[in-house]
Design a protein. Structure first.
Ligand code: ASP
Ligand code: MG
Length: 402
């Protein structure tokens, strides 16, 4: 007998039929003699719908009331699932955040789970299935809270940790993590095993299967996860510690995103302090600068600085630069039609020549690299947006992922 946390996302509980299907999945696990805690999201689209309603009432809807409103989405699905399980003659009970309680800390709409009272539920698991609403909790001063969009993943990980679960399975509408976007690149392959850091790098650059902060928490406490589809029986992707993975390939996945923009300051002075003067006001405005390139200056007087930021912060960034009296430059240019393409792999640490191979592959496709950044397990390049799929396909092929 083992203890399992089974988390079901919004599409998995999006209709009554789907909730009944989920009840059947749980029944199978329960019939094997396992102790089950099921954690549910709201029906798909529900949370957005509730947010929209609050905005129709007021553009500046009170955050405390917003959390009361949003928590209702998960309340609905957990009651329906507990009822569907009872219909299958399985003893089951739903518990709301305040009944457990799931204690959180931090601001409304952006809280964190800090503790869960495990006693009552632990006892109940000897009799039946506990069904828990994801995404929400209660603060010390007894206000209903939510823990950020996609937060039921974080609830699942917190429960896995606090209940010392043997398994934590994230059921969703895709059958796992892919080597690249399967909707655009049909040769994409499902990855059987991936490390936490690779998963984080892949999701931060576009492959969104799980909430990133939930993966971070799992990494911090070494909680193994599995992501799999609610709608097929196929094996999913296991996410765990790097030591448990045998890396025969240098690259695990190729990701891309189109939410960056590139800015260039032409003709800035080449002397100490200039870069600091450029970036200080951006930092003060909480603009996140990603990649930075400074050209070498031929005459040691003037140089160009290029950097990337989030596309939706482009106008704000330009304005700050233009109003910045402490820097001199000839011109600011920008390019919004860029994409970031990244190769990710814990195997690259021990494989020389990965960078060269990536650049050579892009050159063969006549793709110009506009900016580069690297970390231990990731190499990202900025290229023209129109070349995105070409680049992804090429990299997927040359790193033996097809
Ligand atoms: N229902 C919440 C959301 O849509 C939480 C979740 O689905 O994980 O963000
Ligand atoms: Mg979700």
């Amino acid at each position: 007998m083992i203890k399992k946390i089974l988390k079901f996302g919004g599409t998995s509980v999006g209709t009554i039929e789907r909730i009944q299907h989920v009840a059947n999945i749980i029944k199978k696990e329960h019939d094997l003699g396992n102790k089950i805690i099921a954690i549910v999201s709201a029906m798909s689209g529900k949370t957005n719908e509730l947010i929209k309603m609050s905005q129709d009432v007021s553009e500046d809807f009170d955050k405390r009331e917003l959390d009361v409103l949003l928590a209702s989405g998960e309340q609905v699905t957990c009651a329906l699932l507990a009822g569907a399980l009872r219909k299958l003659n399985i003893k089951s009970k739903s518990w709301l955040n305040w009944q457990i309680p799931i204690l959180t800390e931090g601001d409304n709409t952006n809280s964190r789970i800090i503790n869960v009272n495990t006693n009552k539920i632990e006892e109940y698991l000897n009799e039946g299935v506990a069904v828990i609403p994801g995404f929400q909790g209660i603060s010390k001063d007894r206000n209903i809270t939510t823990i950020g969009r996609g937060g039921s993943d974080a609830t699942a990980v917190a429960f896995a940790k606090l209940f010392r679960a043997d398994e934590c399975i994230i059921y969703t509408d895709v059958d796992g993590v892919y080597s690249t976007d399967p909707n655009k690149i049909p040769v994409a392959k499902k990855i059987d095993k991936i490390s936490y850091d690779e998963m984080l790098e892949l999701s931060s650059v576009g492959a969104k299967v799980m909430q990133s902060s939930a993966v971070q928490t799992a990494m911090m406490y070494d909680i193994p996860l599995e992501v799999k589809s609610t709608f097929t029986d196929r094996k999913g992707t296991k996410i765990f510690n790097q030591e448990n993975i045998d890396y025969s390939k240098s690259v695990t996945g190729v990701a891309y995103s189109k939410d960056d923009a590139k800015l260039t300051l032409l003709g800035v002075e080449d002397k100490p302090g200039v870069a600091a003067n450029i970036f200080e006001p951006l930092n003060n405005a909480q603009i996140n600068v990603d990649m930075v390139i400074q050209n070498i200056s031929a005459d040691h007087k003037k140089t160009d600085i290029t950097f990337t930021i989030k596309r939706d912060e482009l106008l704000k960034t330009k304005k700050i630069l233009e109003n910045n009296q402490s820097i001199n430059y000839n011109e600011i240019t920008h390019n919004e039609k860029v994409a970031k393409v990244s190769i990710v792999g814990a195997g690259m640490v021990s494989t020389p020549g990965v960078t060269y191979k990536m650049f050579k592959g892009l050159a063969e496709e006549n793709i110009n690299i506009l900016a580069i950044s690297t970390s231990e397990i990731k190499i990202s390049v900025i290229i023209d947006e129109k070349n995105t799929l070409n680049a992804v396909k090429k990299l997927h092929t040359i790193f033996d992922l097809d």
